[in-house]
Ligand binder design. Structure first.
Ligand code: GTP
Ligand code: MG
Length: 250
């Protein structure tokens, strides 16, 4: 039996064009690894991590649903948006089209997710533009200023990151989480849907006993598993059984 392991569980979605690095950002967050040739995501993948927000004295469990950027999966991935408290809207700084397409991904998020969801625009692959790397730098196609202006106009947080080097990856999730915690404090999110810090929480997994240890669970959710996976729960959910059931299922 463990003591309190987290104060909130927040559902995050990661969305954006194919090959912008959504899965790589999640792997970097949960496993501190980078794969040069990850498989394209088929449907949705899931990863989880505990993070600490010292300013609020809170431990937060992030449940991240990494969606496929391929158009043919779009209607499936949309069904995972509901109930998300946070969203990483990802583009590739060396691919202008992926930045232009963030408008359409954002429209999807706004149509299908909670209107109070916190969205952070993430310009990924900044390492490719770095002069100091071994191979010749790739030209940047989206300036920091342009993306920051777009983010401001749309009310998004903004960061540039690299799943390869790890720069700003955890920071992106932390910034979004802080914003969500502020919304909870200010009553923007309906906190009644979250029991808050439970007095005792049955151990979902040994890794949950220690803050900062992460659980990485990478699975592909096929369409016929959507309902069993219950991807569209409330904005703030705290049932440890959700996670342990997945572990048992595996
Ligand atoms: N240099 C560099 N390459 C990256 C970075 N992030 C991802 N990549 C590469 O970009 C390619 C696509 O990465 P994925 O993480 O599979 O992209 P995705 O957005 O999940 O793609 P889908 O699942 O098809 O939607 C892979 O070859 C990665 O190694 C990064 O920060 N820097
Ligand atoms: Mg992927």
């Amino acid at each position: 039996m463990s003591s309190i392991t987290w104060h909130y569980v927040l559902k995050f979605i990661i969305t954006g064009d194919a090959a912008v690095g959504k899965s790589s950002l999640l792997i970097r967050l949960t496993d501190q690894r980078f794969l040069t040739n990850p498989d394209p995501t088929l449907g949705v993948e899931f990863g989880s991590k505990l993070i600490s927000i010292p300013d609020d004295d809170k431990i937060v469990k992030l449940q991240c649903w990494d969606t496929a950027g391929t158009e043919s999966f779009r209607s499936i991935t949309r069904s995972y948006y509901r109930g998300a408290a946070g969203c990483l809207l990802v583009y590739d700084v060396t691919n202008r089209k992926s930045f232009a397409n963030t408008r359409s991904w954002l429209a999807d998020v706004r149509e299908h997710a909670d209107p109070h969801l916190t969205c952070i625009l993430v310009g990924n692959k900044v390492d490719l533009c770095d002069e100091a790397q071994d191979s010749p730098p790739k030209p940047r196609q989206v300036t920091t200023e342009e993306a920051a202006e777009f983010a401001q106009q749309e009310g998004l947080l903004f960061v540039e990151a690299s799943a390869k080097s790890g720069v700003n990856v955890e920071a992106a999730f932390v910034e979004a989480t802080k914003d969500i915690l502020n919304k909870i404090k200010n009553g923007v999110f309906d906190d009644s849907r979250s029991p808050g810090p439970p007095p005792t929480v049955p151990a979902a997994h040994d890794g949950d006993n220690a803050p900062f240890l992460f659980i990485s669970l990478r699975i592909t959710i096929l369409p016929d598993l959507q309902n069993n996976g219950n991807p569209s729960g409330s904005v703030l959910v705290t049932p440890p059984s959700f996670h342990s059931s997945w572990l048992r299922w595996l």
